[in-house]
Write a protein that binds this ligand. Structure first.
Ligand code: HEC
Length: 253
């Protein structure tokens, strides 16, 4: 019973009660930084309380001293020698361990495209626009071949030589490079949508597609308008996918 009357026990009790009060008694829950601040104040007040006079202070340190020195407390000492480092280690681990990432489904993979974009100062229609290179059937092969070359030079190391998103660097990125063979990517997108994505890349994505930051580069400074339309033609030709058409009725997105 001596322990229950000691100042040390009082101090522990005050701290525990204060913690429960701050942690569970405040609605809405206070942030941890605030709780830490309040607990520091309570700790200081408690130390002032237990050290108010020398009797009280001796009473406070007695259980600590006896735990550290009394031969009868040896078992408790050993137990603490194991438990305290374990607790500290666990705390350090929870602070340092990688936070689990939220599932990628929460990211808007295909956000609505902008109506127009600027390409080197020139406004380009996105919404409702078609690939202008498709008008000239005779040069189709030429454009696809040029697009293939652009793809091999610039896109292959991420999107893969089979256009399946398995390029050399693919494993290092989250989100991973798009797999163009998958019906969930270019097959359900319009060519102008791809134009926007290729020109503006990950940095051009709107907020709802972050914070899972895309490494997809913006190609507006490295590829010309024609080259972007060419690489798009190559993507569809090489995968055998058809670009999605813009809904002609007003009901389109
Ligand atoms: C550094 C790696 C990297 C390179 C190089 C790269 N991409 Fe990407 N690309 C990505 C990643 C990652 C994504 C998926 C995230 C996103 O949508 O932004 C992506 C997405 C895309 C998309 C969107 C597909 C969809 O379903 O929304 C298109 C289109 C695309 N890339 C085309 C290209 C083209 C064309 C090139 C070459 C000119 C290229 N990419 C080069 C990493 C890369």
């Amino acid at each position: 019973m001596g322990f229950l009357r000691s100042r040390f026990f009082h101090a522990v009790l005050i701290l525990a009660l204060a913690f429960c009060l701050f942690r569970f008694g405040i609605r809405p829950p206070a942030p941890w930084s605030v709780i830490r601040l309040y607990m520091t104040v309570v700790l200081l007040a408690t130390l002032i309380y237990v050290s108010a006079d020398s009797d009280s202070w001796r009473n406070f340190v007695r259980p600590i001293r006896s735990t550290l020195m009394d031969p009868s407390q040896r078992a408790l000492r050993y137990a603490l020698m194991v438990v305290i480092p374990l607790l500290l280690g666990y705390y350090a681990y929870t602070q340092a361990a990688a936070r689990p990432q939220a599932p990628p489904e929460l990211r808007a993979v295909h956000p609505a495209p902008p109506d127009t974009i600027q390409l080197r100062g020139k406004p380009i229609n996105i919404s409702g626009a078609e690939n202008p290179l498709r008008k000239d059937q005779a040069s189709f092969k030429k454009h696809v071949a040029a697009g293939g070359e652009i793809y091999i030079r610039n896109c292959m190391y991420c999107h893969g030589d089979n256009l399946d998103g398995q390029g050399h660097f693919a494993k290092g990125f989250n989100p991973p490079p798009a797999n163009f063979q998958d019906p969930g990517t270019i097959a359900m997108l319009q060519e102008a949508y791809l134009f926007w994505r290729i020109a503006k890349g990950g940095p051009g994505l709107p907020k709802e597609s972050t914070p899972w930051n895309s490494v997809m580069p913006a190609w507006e400074d490295r590829l010309s308008e024609e080259q972007i339309w060419q690489v798009i033609m190559y993507l569809y030709d090489a995968t055998g996918q058809q670009p999605r058409r813009w809904e002609t009725a007003s009901g389109g997105h």
